[in-house]
Write a protein that binds this ligand. Structure first.
Ligand code: NI
Length: 201
């Protein structure tokens, strides 16, 4: 019987592993269907919702398609973070051309529907921008949009004057309802406007 040298066994193992690696690569990894990280995060933000605007009208995600949407999630009793970010949103629109502003719907969604009635929302949004739309709803409806937009919010305490801990992102959504860009708390409004202008077609 012919003796197989250990060196040949090793060579055979290396070649086998290389072939398996090539098969796995071509079959599972190197396909055009593999989404990029940007596409993944875009797909994760946004989705269907039904809410009530500050005029008392029922609106859904479909009503916002065809225009860009800049949207912030917060609550009217928020002492600092929400008013600051809503003012930044309003200021950013001020840096854009009139024809650009016309293409953007600014939206404020409450994450505190128990206190933020449509009347309170109406009073609050008017304070920031004439076009700002306030959205509220039942706790279940608000939960749905929070999940769709990956918004975290939770009551900080059980007093009547409770605060709500919440994420503070501003989302710039495309005409198709997909995320184009997110902005962090305290963003520079002029830089925000420049980014939006670059994304508007
Ligand atoms: Ni807030």
């Amino acid at each position: 019987m012919k003796h197989i040298k250990p060196r040949n066994i090793r060579l055979f193992a290396i070649i086998s592993l290389a072939i398996i690696a090539i098969i796995v690569w071509t079959k599972y990894l190197n396909t055009d269907q593999t989404p990029t990280a940007a596409e993944n995060s875009r797909a994760l933000i946004g989705g269907a919702f039904e809410l009530v605007n500050h005029k008392g009208e029922i609106v859904t995600d479909k009503d916002f398609l065809g225009k860009y949407m800049i949207v912030y999630f917060g609550y009217t009793y928020c002492p600092d973070v929400c008013p600051m970010d809503l003012q930044i949103m309003a200021d950013s629109l001020g840096y854009l051309e009139a024809d650009e502003v016309e293409q953007i719907t600014p939206v404020f969604v409450t994450i505190d529907p128990d206190r933020d009635t449509k009347e309170i929302m109406a009073e609050y949004v008017a304070f920031f921008h004439k076009d700002l739309i306030g959205l509220t709803g039942t706790p279940e409806q608000i939960d749905t949009i929070k999940k769709a937009y990956k918004v975290y919010a939770a009551k900080a305490d059980d007093t009547p004057d409770y605060l709500v801990d919440h994420t503070a992102y501003t989302y710039f959504m495309g005409k198709d309802g997909n995320l184009l860009q997110h902005f962090n708390h305290g963003e520079d409004p002029e830089a925000m406007a420049a980014r939006m202008a670059a994304l508007i077609d």
